[in-house]
Design a protein around this ligand. Structure first.
Ligand code: HEC
Ligand code: HEC
Ligand code: HEC
Length: 273
């Protein structure tokens, strides 16, 4: 945070209601053979593109990859759960609504006011959470959240399938005689494609925290995956590769299946802890 010019010690009470959660609910990495401390790629800003730039430009000379993909041989990054960065420029954040407003609503028991520590799907305590600010019925809001979930899930599947295909094409190009040097660009592109896919996949809200930001990340993923495929194909003499065609079937009628279902009534109060 200090790298972003934010002094957490001077944060307001409201800002702390997100920073506290952001300590763990964010993207981070560990350096190899290092102090074992957690590091955050925040120097350029809090988004998938800014964090990609952090890794891509080699901001930290002591870290370059989490693992190597067995199909393509590309050095990969694993995204953790960038809930904080996703939320940070959402409609809610811009209106001062923090994690705590939705996830830890105030409640009363025996005359005491306290925040719920039942960390769960916020629609399970709709009346004490969302409904404090929104007039919509529970059903209307459930439908809005599910529509965001389904749209995100569908495009996430497309980005994931296209990225998986890019790994396979690079593998096929390798066995068709393309050299590591010729495949360097394709491997860099598939690493980028998977980064943008994973940013959404690893984030916890299936799009809800900031739908626009997530769709942008998935668009960037699909674009990079296609460019990886083109680059790997061009690396093979004649540009011909024996690869199965892209599957189209799994892309139709894809629904995100979460625990919350229409008709499920939100309990009035969280269970005792
Ligand atoms: C010290 C690290 C840490 C902090 C700080 C933290 N969390 Fe978590 N949180 C976790 C971990 C780890 C899990 C996953 C637990 C599991 O999978 O069982 C989790 C899970 C959750 C879940 C999902 C629970 C479920 O039903 O699966 C929610 C929602 C959540 N946290 C919200 C918050 C909010 C809101 C804050 C800030 C008020 C916060 N967390 C602060 C580490 C943290
Ligand atoms: C406007 C309300 C709102 C705000 C603000 C908000 N969340 Fe959420 N969050 C949700 C909703 C709704 C879901 C469930 C999304 C879904 O299923 O589509 C969710 C899901 C989650 C989950 C997964 C819960 C599970 O059961 O697996 C975690 C973890 C989480 N949020 C953490 C955070 C953190 C950390 C912040 C702040 C940086 C935050 N949220 C801000 C509404 C909010
Ligand atoms: C503390 C107040 C507050 C809480 C709690 C809250 N919201 Fe909001 N929400 C807002 C504000 C303010 C806006 C922006 C309204 C606007 O610009 O018209 C908003 C906007 C939205 C939007 C429209 C987003 C867009 O891109 O236009 C949705 C959907 C939404 N909220 C869902 C939820 C859900 C679901 C919950 C509970 C999990 C929730 N909100 C909790 C204040 C809140």
């Amino acid at each position: 945070m200090a790298e972003l010019g934010i002094d957490v010690n001077k944060a307001s009470h409201n800002e702390m209601r997100a920073y506290v959660c952001g300590q763990c609910h964010n993207e981070y990495y560990f350096k190899k053979k290092e102090d074992g401390r957690v590091h955050m790629p925040f120097a350029n800003g809090l988004g998938p593109e800014e964090e990609w730039k952090y890794y891509h430009d080699g901001h930290d000379p002591k870290f370059d990859a989490d693992w190597v993909h067995p199909d393509s041989g590309a050095a990969m990054l694993k995204v953790q759960h960038p809930d904080f960065e996703c939320w940070t420029d959402s409609v809610h954040a811009l209106n001062g609504v923090t994690c705590v407003d939705c996830h830890m609503p105030y409640m009363r028991k025996d005359g005491q006011k306290y925040t719920s520590h039942w960390m769960t799907h916020p629609l399970k305590h709709y009346d004490t959470g969302c409904a404090k600010c929104h007039d919509e019925s529970y059903e209307t809001m459930l439908h809005r959240v599910q529509t965001i979930n389904d749209n995100t899930f569908k495009i996430l599947r497309i980005a994931g399938q296209t990225t998986a295909r890019a790994h396979k094409v690079i593998r096929a190009a390798h066995f068709a005689g393309a050299t590591d040097e010729q495949l360097a660009e394709a491997r860099q592109l598939v690493r980028e494609a998977q980064w943008y896919w994973d940013w959404v996949s690893a984030e916890s809200s299936m799009g809800f925290h900031n739908p626009d930001k997530m769709m942008k990340s998935l668009g960037l993923s699909i674009d990079a995956a296609h460019r990886a495929i083109e680059s790997a194909t061009a690396a093979v003499k004649g540009g011909q590769l024996a690869i199965e065609p892209m599957p189209t079937e799994p892309f139709t009628d894809t629904k995100f299946d979460d625990a919350i279902k229409p008709g499920m009534t939100p309990p009035a109060q969280a269970p005792a802890q």
